[in-house]
Design a binder for this molecule. Structure first.
Ligand code: MRU
Length: 366
């Protein structure tokens, strides 16, 4: 990535520095956030977005929020960590990485409970940095595993943005493209613009173009024609939450792309780290789907594009049933034809720390 999506600057006190993605591609502006409230707002407003990046942002946001704690009372510090974590959990409901990261941060504080407050705070920053570092390694591993899918001559299609701007490194769904490009392969990518907030146009097309990858931007409604007339032979998307049976929530429109892919005989792959699995949910009908303001549809980027007062429905995500998914690329390999048994096996084999039935603190929209 030409610019770091999110990082911690300074030590303690310090700040989470992130790119304000709402301004891209026109302007690359960094924000330094040293409290929980602006981080909550940044997550809610999609200044930082994409499931893994939201998890990292929440972890740094927790540190930012509790770094101003004064005094040495460990019980009061524990209560403050719990309060700020509960607050950050209300920022967005669908990407499970947010809850996964905050669960992990709270476990770290509990493990350090016998230490003084300063040590506990340093422990929290170390944990957030570990989440960020592991995310980088995860991206590279997904890139390596997904490389086999991107051959010379491949024509791929992706939806939304699951690239560097959604992670700490070069993404999940875009990682195999970056890896294939580095390996000298020649291929093409169609990027759906991704209504209503245009993550595909503003972010994915920007990232791929900067990397020198052959990218063609299309409107969402052109995906069917692209599959039939432009010989698309691979669909690769990210995920916000994957249920125990493989049903996958991702940006609104992904389900439609999966149906189109099935109709045209195109393999549909999901790329996501194991931190995006929520094994507490039996299937996708239980995944909380964020609904956002209707103004995102009626006033695209400021200008009215619909009659005043028209009714809207604006779910930010949809669920693709597992039957439509050819495979899920995790940091451990490709999980072909996902179902509950294969997912259980994948986790058992790799001892991954996803949310399990024992996990607590289910997040809820405010
Ligand atoms: O609303 P967003 O922009 O946060 O939605 C992002 C997506 O749907 C991504 O595809 C998903 O989070 C995977 S990011 C690696």
């Amino acid at each position: 990535m030409p610019v770091a999506t999110i990082e911690w600057t300074g030590e303690l006190p310090g700040a989470a520095r992130l790119i304000d993605q709402t301004l891209l591609p026109g302007e690359v502006r960094h924000l330094d956030l040293d409290r929980a409230e602006p981080m909550w707002e940044a997550i809610r407003a999609l200044r930082v977005r994409g499931a893994p990046a939201i998890g990292i942002a929440a972890a740094f946001g927790l540190v930012a929020g509790v770094q101003h704690f004064t005094g040495g009372d460990r019980t009061a510090f524990a209560a403050e960590v719990a309060r700020v974590a509960a607050y950050l959990r209300t920022s967005r409901p669908t990407a499970v990485n947010l809850f996964w990261a905050l669960d992990r941060m709270e476990r770290r504080r509990a493990a350090d409970a016998a230490h003084d407050v300063g040590s506990q705070l340093r422990g929290l920053l170390a944990e957030a940095r570990a989440i960020e570092a592991e995310d980088k390694a995860m991206c590279r591993a997904i890139g390596r595993h997904g490389l086999a899918l991107v051959r010379d001559g491949t024509v791929a299609l992706t939806h939304c943005n699951a690239g560097g701007l959604a992670t700490a490194d070069y993404g999940t769904a875009l990682a195999p493209f970056f890896a294939a490009h580095a390996a000298g392969r020649r291929f093409r990518v169609f990027a759906d613009e991704t209504r209503p907030l245009l993550q595909g146009a503003r972010l994915t097309a920007w990232e791929l173009q900067q990397a020198g990858i052959d990218v063609t931007l299309i409107c969402d409604g052109m995906a069917a024609a692209a599959m039939r007339e432009r010989q698309v032979d691979l669909v690769l998307v990210g995920a916000d939450r994957i249920a125990a049976n493989g049903d996958t929530a991702n940006k609104i429109g992904t389900y439609g792309v999966a149906v189109l892919a099935r109709h045209h005989g195109v393999p549909f792959y999901v790329a996501a780290p194991t931190s995006t699995f929520d094994l507490t949910l039996a299937n996708g009908s239980q995944i909380p789907i964020e609904e956002r303001a209707g103004a995102e549809i009626t006033h695209g980027f400021g200008r009215p594009t619909a009659p005043a007062g028209v009714k809207t429905w604006n779910p930010a995500f949809d669920v693709t049933p597992r039957e439509l998914i050819a495979g899920i690329i995790t940091e451990h390999g490709i999980l072909e034809r996902p179902d509950a048994r294969r997912i259980t096996d994948h986790f058992a084999r790799h001892h991954a720390g996803a949310r399990t039935a024992a996990a607590h603190h289910q997040g809820a929209a405010p």
